[in-house]
Design a protein around this ligand. Structure first.
Ligand SMILES: [Fe+2]
Ligand SMILES: [Fe+2]
Length: 211
């Protein structure tokens, strides 16, 4: 756990099916979650759109808070743009189904995970990057579950593509952390937050939502 994924793995990710074993997740999503999501896919889509919008906002918030670090500004500009594009794609599905976005529900999972972020400027930045990496990794895993569970080919292809993109984001956050911090610190943060993330996902009640 915590070692950077070699480049060959990334090529596997982008050219073949997803190898989820490379993700640092300690708890796998229960089959029950997929059943709940498929039973109310409209609700899932509305929540998913909110997650993409929040991912874009979170990248912009990191960018503005740490704007003195060129590597971070560059990476967050790309992530924010891609997350907003994901939002636009989910929103298109939402409109096609005649749905309307509502207010965001509170995200028990993310709130629990964010409680694991340490104070102090440097620790705070490292933990925020690694917590973001875990949110991306979990999205990747869950989108892959949706792709494997749905019977609709369009939905399957869409979520397969998104899962790949979120896997890429996981790598982007871990690699950015490794550019800004010693590898030993990155490894320690990955190990610590992997425990918190596993607890967070297990304590989150199952509903038709990304988390
Ligand atoms: Fe996304
Ligand atoms: Fe993402």
């Amino acid at each position: 756990l915590g070692r950077l994924v070699p480049l060959a793995k990334v090529e596997i990710l982008t050219t073949h099916g997803l190898d989820l074993d490379f993700l640092p997740l300690k708890a796998r999503t229960s089959p029950e979650w997929a059943a709940v999501v498929l039973a109310d896919f409209d609700a899932f889509l509305l929540d998913h759109a909110g997650c993409e919008r929040k991912a874009a906002a979170s990248a912009l918030s990191l960018l503005s808070r740490f704007s003195d670090r060129p590597a971070l500004v560059e990476v967050m500009t790309t992530v924010a743009r891609e997350e907003l594009e994901h939002f636009a794609q989910v929103y298109k599905l939402i409109q096609r189904r005649g749905l309307r976005l509502g207010p965001d529900a509170k995200d028990v999972y993310v709130n629990h995970l964010l409680k694991g972020i340490r104070n102090g400027a440097e620790d705070h930045l490292l933990d925020r990057l690694i917590a973001s990496a875990f949110i991306e990794a979990r999205s990747c895993e869950r989108f892959q579950v949706v792709a494997e569970s749905t019977t609709e080919p369009d939905i399957r292809d869409f979520y397969q593509t998104l899962a790949r993109s979120e896997a890429g984001h996981y790598l982007v956050f871990v690699r950015l952390a490794a550019r800004l911090f010693p590898q030993t610190e990155v490894d320690k943060a990955l190990a610590r937050l992997s425990e918190i993330e596993a607890l967070a996902i297990q304590m989150t009640p199952i509903r038709a939502a990304v988390h």
